[in-house]
Design a protein around this ligand. Structure first.
Ligand code: TXA
Ligand code: MG
Length: 418
């Protein structure tokens, strides 16, 4: 008894540090009730939203504890970016490796300037990108101001990743807290990013105190991460995301073509490789497992031929190979395809299989597919399917970011003839 009490007394303070002692509060915020003036200060027409943001801000600033908030891309787990102790709770809550740097979120240009080195000036390329894509789903690398940015934020890098989110709740929270917030996606490390408050609640509900519920995220995939700091002036896309490569190219052409100083937009692994960088965790999603539901995901290619060593198969042979994995019972397969998919038609039927369809939207609207992708993974996972099949899409526009995430989520790939 005494020994038991002693152990509990010793352990409790430690447990408190990593597991929240309060029940998680889900606070509803209405994005439509928030507007911003020219200097980025928010105005509220709904008291409940104003109150929720002031509770969350107190939590961040006074208690120095993380808060979950919606952004236009995915839900984020935010903490004070300029306070290393507050930011460290992000890592323990997510189970995130300490060498994976965080994105810092700002609500205004003056806040951006306050965290950059005083002698740093924006390049023409960055000015053009900020003008067109901020606030919005574009993250840019800047030089790190070593005097004020804690090491834990950048994982010791000489650069810092920054974005200004466009979601009114995210931007208002940063403005009310009057502090830049470091925020990765609000999921346990390795899992798909949450696009609804209930996704976060299910995954991290016993580890966080406050989730601001601003409804489903509009973009559904994380921000595009770009590096324009290289000596050659080109813009390197480290992670495709909410802003498409085509959008970046169009904008830079429009803004900089006349000056004769047009940077190229280079996509990592498509247009260039950097072996040293690939071994470092700073290349988003390269070193660590990402976006994986707990059930196996099979990426089904229907638009490309198989690489050497892989067979082109029929839809029927794919289904029978999955059925063989569960010889004693019917197999429950989650199927994520565009609405108008020929693959879905071919897969239908087959004895010993029950299907759970999660339609992704029209193939001609990749932005809709992007918005539904993580919701599909998380919904099918929760419903307990045995395996998820997801059909590949063309790697143009949002399709590039979709396939980047799907490849990382999928443990296997199959090529099926239609
Ligand atoms: O849309 C988003 O970007 C969401 C929302 C919450 O804003 N955030 C997000 O954060 O996706 P996270 O931590 O899941 O992904 C951030 C990625 C990391 O994979 C990291 O490698 C990269 O950004 N990153 C951060 N700082 C970097 C740096 N200094 N150099 C290169 N990559 C960096
Ligand atoms: Mg993430």
């Amino acid at each position: 008894m005494a020994a038991g009490w002693y152990a509990t007394a010793l352990l409790l303070p430690r447990l408190r540090r990593c597991v929240s002692t309060m029940p998680c509060q889900l606070l509803r915020c209405d994005p439509a009730s928030i507007t911003f003036n020219a200097s980025g200060e928010p105005n509220f027409t709904a008291d409940a939203t104003r109150d929720a943001l002031s509770i969350a801000s107190h939590h961040l600033v006074a208690l120095k504890r993380p808060v979950v908030f919606p952004t236009e891309t995915v839900y984020g787990l935010g903490a004070l970016a300029l306070d290393g102790t507050a930011a460290s709770l992000i890592f323990s809550t997510k189970g995130r490796p300490a060498d994976n740097p965080l994105i810092v979120h700002v609500s205004s240009m003056s806040m951006l300037r306050s965290i950059l080195p005083p002698d740093y000036t924006l390049s023409k390329t960055y000015e053009a990108l900020i003008k067109h894509f901020w606030p919005g789903p574009l993250t840019m690398l800047f030089p790190r101001h070593a005097d004020i940015i804690p090491n834990i934020i950048t994982a010791g890098q000489s650069t810092i990743a920054v974005r200004m989110p466009s979601h009114p709740v995210a931007r208002a929270l940063i403005a009310v807290a009057n502090a830049p917030l470091a925020a990765p996606s609000a999921n346990s490390s390795g899992k798909p990013s949450p696009t609804r408050a209930e996704h976060v609640h299910r995954d991290l509900g016993d580890k966080v105190d406050i989730i601001l519920d601003g409804g489903p995220c509009g973009v559904g995939l994380e921000s595009t991460v770009v590096d324009g700091l290289g000596a050659d002036g080109h813009l390197r896309v480290l992670r495709p995301g909410g802003v498409t490569v085509e959008d970046l190219q169009r904008t830079l052409h429009q803004e900089l073509h006349a000056s004769g100083d047009m940077p190229r937009v280079l996509v990592h692994r498509r247009d260039y490789r950097d072996d040293a960088m690939e071994l470092a965790p700073t290349t988003p999603g390269m070193k660590y497992k990402h976006y994986s539901p707990s059930v196996p995901v099979v990426l089904v290619h229907t638009l490309t031929s198989p690489p050497e060593g892989m067979q082109l198969q029929t839809a029927a042979s794919l289904v029978s190979s999955l059925r063989d994995r569960f010889p004693d019972r019917p197999v429950h397969i989650g199927l994520m395809t565009p609405d108008d998919s020929r693959l879905a038609q071919l897969l239908h039927g087959h004895e010993g299989v029950s299907w759970r369809l999660f339609p992704l939207g029209k193939v001609t609207q990749p932005a809709v597919i992007a918005q539904r992708l993580f919701d599909g993974f998380l919904t099918l996972d929760r419903e307990g399917v045995d395996v998820i099949l997801i059909e590949g899409v063309a790697e143009v526009d949002e399709g590039l970011a979709i396939m980047n995430r799907v490849r990382k989520a999928a443990g296997e790939a199959a090529w099926v003839s239609l």
